[in-house]
Structures are given as C-alpha cells and as structure tokens.
Design a protein around this ligand. Structure first.
Ligand code: S3P
Length: 436
C-alpha cells in the first residue's frame, strides 16, 4: 500500500452503511483463550489486521493450531490449559501492546522459556506496569531498563506463581488481563483493583470458557483454574469494534449532509464513552437492533450530521474512551466553543505520545486551536482549517483521525498512511466508498 495518502476535502457528506470490522481487543482474547482449550473454537468476524495477526502468529509458535478458513473466519485448537510448548523463535508482538502485555502474563506461568521483541514504538512503551506485579507473583522476567522494556525474556518461575492482591496505579485492561491470565495458574486467588474500571472483555470471555471471575466495584478476582474447569466454547462471534466505528461516528456528525448506518458495533458499556461524549456535544445518533453477541452487547448505530458544541470530561470516563481521544479531538475542533479534556495522561504512552502528536499535527491544519496540558487538551472549536502535510507517527489512530479532519477541512497529505493496517486495513477504501 502507498506510504503516503492524499485525502481530499469532502463536500457532499458521507452516506450509506458500514459493516464495522471485528473488535481488536476481543479478537486478541479469542485466540489466546481458545489456544488454551482442547477443542476447536470457530471464531467469526475476527479482526484481520496486523495487531491481531501478531497474536495469531505467536499462539501458533506456542503450539496452538490456528487455521484461517476465510479472511475473518478461523478455528483455533489448543492442547489444553497446560498444552503450550516452548517456542523455538523469538516472539514478535509487532506494534501490539495488547499482545505483549497479555502474553507476558500468560507466559510468566509456563514451565518454559520465551523471549519477546516488537517494533520501535512498542520498544519504547512501558512494560513495568505488568512485569512488576508479575514479578511479585514470582514471575522471572528479564529485559532492558530494569526489566521494563523490550526485548523481554520470560524464564520459568522457580515455583508456582503466587496469588496477589494488586492495586494498579493505572486503569488498564492490559494490566488487568495480564494478571488474570497469570492468576489462572497461581496457587491462590489473584485480585486486581483499578482506579477506574477498564474494559472487561477478558472477564466476559473467560466466562464463555467456564471460568467465572468475581467483580466488585473496580476490583476483579480470579481463582486458580483446574484443567477440567476450562471448557472451550464451540464458537466465538466477535462484535464490531467501537474504536473503529468512532471514525465514522465523528465523520458522520461533522461532515454536513452525512447520514450513516454503522452495522454490528460492540457497545459494551466499558467502551461506550465516545457515545456519551458525542451525545453531550449534541450529535444525532441512535442505537438500533440492540442484541448480545458472544457475551458482548452489540447494536447498529445511525448517525446524522448536525451542529456540535464543546464539552468537558476527565479521568472518570477515560478508560471508556481511551483510544478515541484523537477522533474526539477532531469532533471538538469542528464544534462550537471549547472542549477541555483532563485525566488523559495515559495517551502519552500509547503507540505514540498522542497528546503531543495531536497538538503538533492538528495545529498544522488548525493553527492556534489546540493547547496541550500535562494530562489533557484544550481545544478551541470552529477554527479555520488549512491544508498541510501531516505525520502519523506510524500510529493508526492518528492517521485515521487526521484523515477525517482533513476531509472536513481543506484536505491533508498523510505521511506514513499505511499504519491503518494495524487495526483497520479497509479504512481508506471505506472513506472513498461512502462519498459515492
Ligand atoms: C486494550 C486496552 C487499552 C487500549 C488498547 C487495547 C486491551 O490499553 O488502549 O488499545 O485490549 O486491553 P490500556 O489497557 O493500556 O489502557
């Protein structure tokens, strides 16, 4: 695919339907948990994008049978809860924090050696948030910068992992999930307490495998799992990713004349912060055909363009919209009045420092409209937009957000545009199609 991409100004709005690709978080978890079962699991609407393919290739290297039947349709067959084997090569997590953090948890509990690498972005990201609590459970992990950065190596624990009660300083589903996966193999219960509840896909999918976790407030507890308890379901249907739907929600709201129907969007309440924020901004969106798909809520969402106004939100809602801040910033730029975002310090350790990247690149298109603070943004809406060359920092969410901002303004030239392959390979083709 082309490295650079020209996005033109869109004048007639976006129209039609989008079938939203599978949820990234749930797709990762479907392969990982299926690989620990002992019967084939048929996974449908899997996200066929680079991050999830990194997980697929690692689970294969660990001995699971991963067979693609189609682009988004596969079976994963494990060899039981204790059936993973020592990989003969270094495991490459690519750009994927979810792959690396969840698998550090799982592999900490295995009786064999494994070693991880990843791309330049992942190599900069903090892994101490999982390696430190895992070490407290007895895991043996070595890596750069005092065992907190890639490359990381996991050696067999000297004895069984011990259960732990851990108060995580960050609300992170990746940390929680890593500890839940390790906790399945520990000698006593493990409890993770978060400052604010993060997405609960691991807990929900564990339930589909017969493993009940106990949630109380922002705490989750898992008991050691006995092999007979873990039962692979025949099928897992992955709902569409609200984080991918987010680009169309905002594009539909801000591009005059738009009317879109987004089909099959996961609306688990730990993920729907963007719907609350867009509604608070005055967006015309409605949920239809609400249903449950594979233990997760899903719906179709209709969005029509209209006038948005600024809003404020902070730490309490942040885990429910953590990946949507770049595209919410686009909505804020095109809204009337100011938007104030606080409690978003986690954005500094995503695929790139998203707060800095938003300020730098959005300011090229909207001079003077974005102020960055230590943990948030102040965005002055309804500014004049210009055309510019923008960097994506190889961050898929920056690329897609800049594309929508450019389309709403005078266009944009994206440098390193192909990073959308991390989570949404069809993004540019869909943007093109919806203009017809
Ligand atoms: C994810 C959790 C979030 C999110 C990431 C996916 C997951 O990260 O930003 O894109 O699948 O668990 P944190 O848990 O670090 O906030």
């Amino acid at each position: 695919m082309a490295e650079g991409m020209t996005i033109g100004k869109i004048t007639g709005g976006l129209h039609g339907e989008v079938r939203i690709p599978g949820d990234k978080s749930i797709s990762h978890r479907s392969i990982i948990l299926a690989a620990l079962g002992n019967a084939p699991v048929h996974i449908t609407n899997f996200l066929h994008a680079q991050d999830c393919l990194s997980t697929a290739s690692i689970m294969r290297a660990l001995g699971a049978d991963v067979d693609f039947l189609g682009h988004t349709d596969l079976t994963v067959t494990g060899h039981g809860l204790y059936g993973l084997h020592e990989p003969t090569r270094v495991l490459d997590a690519g750009n994927s924090g979810t792959t690396l953090r969840l698998l550090l948890g799982l592999l900490s509990a295995q009786p064999f050696f494994s070693a991880f690498t990843g791309d330049a972005s992942l190599s900069r990201r903090p892994m101490g948030r999982v390696t430190e609590p895992l070490a407290q459970m007895g895991a043996v992990i070595y890596g750069r910068e005092n065992n907190t950065k890639l490359p990381l190596a996991v050696a067999p624990a000297r004895k069984h992992l011990q259960g732990l009660t851990y108060e995580s300083p960050v609300a992170s589903a990746q940390v929680k999930s890593a500890l839940l996966l390790a906790g399945m193999f520990a000698d006593s219960p493990t409890t993770i307490v978060e400052p604010v509840k993060s997405r609960d896909h691991t807990e929900r999918m564990l339930a589909a495998f017969g493993i009940e976790t106990e949630a109380q407030g922002t705490a989750v507890r898992i008991c050691p799992v006995q092999p007979g308890e873990y039962r692979a379901p025949e099928a897992i249907e992955v709902p569409g990713d609200i984080s991918s739907a987010a680009y169309w929600l905002v594009a539909g709201a801000v591009l005059p004349g738009s009317s879109l129907l987004l089909r099959n969007v996961g609306v688990n309440e730990t993920r729907t912060g963007i719907l609350d924020v867009l509604q608070a901004m005055g967006a015309k969106l409605t949920l239809e055909n609400k249903r449950t798909s594979g233990g997760e809520a899903a719906a179709d969402i209709r969005i029509e363009s209209g006038t948005l106004h600024g809003t404020s939100f902070g730490a309490d809602i942040m885990p429910r919209l953590i990946d949507e801040i770049p595209i919410i910033a686009v909505a804020a730029l095109l809204a009337e009045g100011d938007t104030v975002i606080t409690g978003a310090g986690e954005l500094r350790v995503k695929e790139t420092d998203r707060l800095a990247a938003i300020e730098k690149e959005f300011s090229k298109l909207a001079p003077g409209a974005v102020e960055v603070t230590e943990d948030g943004l102040v965005i002055h809406g309804r500014c004049e937009l210009e055309r510019a060359d923008c960097f994506t920092y190889d961050d898929h969410r920056m690329a897609m957000s800049l594309a929508i901002l450019g389309a709403a303004g005078e266009g944009v030239e994206l440098v390193h545009a192909d990073c959308v392959n991390i989570s949404y390979p069809e993004f540019y083709a869909t943007l093109e199609r919806l203009q017809k």
